[in-house]
Design a protein. Structure first.
Ligand code: ZN
Length: 234
């Protein structure tokens, strides 16, 4: 198992860790600040550091072979040895882009009351697909987004039991991604008075931190799917 420090504090960009395994294109750690690809959000990149040596983390994934462990993909053959101590550093600019875009997608969920059937959050853009045949008004969505950012709503997470989630099925907005089961608890993300849903991603702590995010495109992906694409203002 890898202790997931990013779940409790998305501002944490550095930690000390031990190499617990090698494989799947990289190394496993006992704890990490790197978010693994999932829930539509891209994995973190960064560096492992031991003394003078640095290894580039090209991506972060959930291990397929060791459930609960996180693989840090490393370029090159000479991996840090199992049992050795390393510092883990997250690429801060990429993390901040993910946090801003990801939180902005929650604001879209608040503005557009339709099930979500696709999501992609990257360093350069975010896109969210809604299951509806309603036409979307780009200017109105932009105005709503700008307002919710300016209103500076606090963003926080907490853990609820699986029973509590089952008692409130309306919490789950996504048709394509279900919250992970079997851990006994589910992480929910709350933007006070705006949005509440299960989410394991990295977010800003106040909507004001999202800053200048713009609706770059509205697309009709299919008869029943409308896509909203977000970018950063130039
Ligand atoms: Zn989220």
């Amino acid at each position: 198992m890898t202790e997931e420090l990013f779940r409790e504090d998305a501002t944490l960009l550095h930690c000390e860790a031990a190499i617990t395994g090698q494989g799947e294109g990289g190394v496993l750690l006992d704890r990490t600040v790197c978010y693994p690809l999932g829930g539509g959000q891209a994995g973190d990149t960064g560096w492992l550091v031991a003394g003078e040596r640095r290894w580039r983390i090209t991506d972060t994934r959930k291990s397929k072979e060791s459930p609960g462990a996180i693989v840090h993909l490393i370029e090159g053959e000479a991996l840090p040895a199992i049992g050795s101590a390393v510092s883990v550093e997250v690429d801060a600019a990429r993390r901040q882009a993910h946090r801003r875009f990801h939180t902005a997608t929650h604001l879209l969920c608040a503005l557009l009351p339709y099930p979500v059937d696709g999501c992609s959050i990257t360093e350069a853009y975010a896109r969210l697909d809604f299951h509806t045949d309603e036409p979307f008004d780009k200017e109105a969505i932009q105005a709503g987004l700008t307002r919710l950012v300016a209103e500076a709503h606090p963003v926080s997470h907490r853990w609820i039991s699986e029973e509590e989630l089952d008692a409130n099925p309306g919490l789950v907005r996504s048709m394509s991604v279900q919250p992970p089961r079997g851990l006994g608890r589910v992480r929910v993300l709350e933007i006070a008075g705006v949005d509440l849903q299960p989410c394991g991603g990295t977010h800003v702590s106040n909507t004001a931190e999202i800053g200048a995010v713009i609706v770059t495109k509205i697309e009709k992906k299919s008869a029943k799917t409308r896509r909203v694409v977000l970018g950063f203002a130039a």
